[in-house]
Design a protein around this ligand. Structure first.
Ligand SMILES: [Zn+2]
Length: 387
């Protein structure tokens, strides 16, 4: 056990620094990552980490908080946190509406469009303003090429260099991250200063000096992949992609304890063809969210330092379609409003905020929580969350 912990600690450090920094090009980020354990980013606040779950795919409040048996985990979060039963959404298609959660701007996008948006994401705001390393900001998705676009936008002041590291439902790292892992153990520092930092890192880990540790370094890629994807291959059923994304988020949190983990779900959209399959996805996803919450609560470090937000991108129609499914497009309140929940050490407990707020308020809220600014976002900090 001790061996495993020591090894895990080593790998955590390694992954947060060398493996995730392109050729150790970002000395500041490396220095920041070496400065663990994490301190709160805003004085007087306890929150050090945030998990943002876009429960996307079109999910009505009727099947979440309106059917308590479906969502015991989210209900428990609401009881210990703040729930927002009137979050206004925009019916912009799954892709655009989900992206809106991450940018704080209503983003009209074609449902089959596969391009990055023009606006910065919450990941970019946080990384740029707070100097967070790439390994500190992650997004896990249910899968599919389109979903890689959530990790960063194309705004010239932000963009790729501040993007989140993405991991999809099959545990496949993005190409960039894979390349970084491939080169781990052979970092290519570009300046003497970075070379010095790299050397400090190696000696700090006791890394490249003994044959045993060298072997550890060589195995780091496989180990990280194995750890992160632990248990995901056995996940099947209607919500398999979503369950994998949530499991990856849980594993990331417990192993690396990064600052930010975004999760994007999508399987609820099975509703177009079957109400029953949709309700099953909602129940299963709630159970997976419950597993994530249990992991947070079981971890001494995460328990009192992690904030979690869960919200759908929009709801669904009021009435069933001819296939006994549910589409989205009738302009009803069932479609336009969703219920979200926020749980964390700095939030009110057991409060319900009944006024009309918006899904685009979440990104400015998370930025504010960490002392960053969502400069271009159109939303505002969620009222009623703190005081
Ligand atoms: Zn749909």
């Amino acid at each position: 056990m001790q061996e495993r912990l020591r090894r895990r600690d080593f790998l955590r450090q390694a992954a947060l620094t060398g493996a995730l920094l392109p050729g150790l090009a970002c000395a500041n980020a490396l220095a920041a990552a070496l400065a663990r354990p994490l301190a709160p980013l805003v004085q007087g606040r306890k929150t050090k980490r945030v998990v943002l779950i876009a429960f996307s795919g079109g999910v009505r409040t009727r099947e979440t908080f309106g059917t308590p048996d479906n969502v015991p985990s989210m209900l428990a979060m609401a009881k210990e946190g703040v729930s927002f039963p009137r979050l206004r959404t925009s019916n912009l298609g799954h892709f655009g509406a989900s992206m809106s959660i991450f940018t704080g701007i209503n983003e009209p996008r074609g449902i089959r469009e596969n391009q990055r948006g023009p606006d910065p994401t919450v990941f970019e705001y946080l990384r740029k303003d707070l100097g967070l390393a790439q390994g500190d900001v992650w997004v896990t998705t249910s899968g599919g090429a389109q979903q890689t676009n959530y990790s960063y936008g194309l705004h010239p002041d932000y963009g790729a260099r501040y993007g989140a590291t993405i991991l999809d439902g099959d545990g496949i790292f993005n190409t960039k991250f894979k390349t970084l892992l491939d080169t781990f153990g052979k970092p290519k520092p570009v300046t003497p200063h970075e070379a010095e930092l790299a050397e400090r890192l190696r000696s700090g880990l006791g890394g490249a000096t003994s044959p045993e540790e060298r072997e550890n370094v060589e195995r780091v890629e496989q180990y990280i992949l194995d750890e992160l994807t632990r248990g995901t291959t056995g996940l099947t059923g209607a919500n398999a992609g979503d369950a994998k994304a949530l499991r990856l988020a849980r594993n990331l949190l417990t192993i690396f304890k990064p600052r930010v983990v975004g999760v994007v779900l999508q399987n609820a959209d099975v509703a177009h063809g079957s109400f029953n399959a949709y309700a099953e996805v909602v129940r299963r996803n709630d159970a997976a969210i419950g597993e994530l919450m249990a992991a947070i609560k079981d971890d001494e470090e995460l328990r009192d330092s992690t904030a979690v937000f869960v919200l759908p991108e929009f709801g669904r129609d009021r009435d069933l379609n001819s296939r006994r499914g549910l589409d989205h497009g009738d302009g009803s309140d069932d479609l336009n409003y969703v219920q979200g929940v926020a749980w964390g050490p700095d939030f009110k407990r057991g409060r319900e905020v009944t006024e009309d707020l918006r899904t685009i308020d979440v990104t400015p809220t998370i930025c504010s929580l960490f002392g960053a600014e969502a400069k271009l976002a159109k939303g505002a900090v969620l009222r009623g969350l703190f005081g």
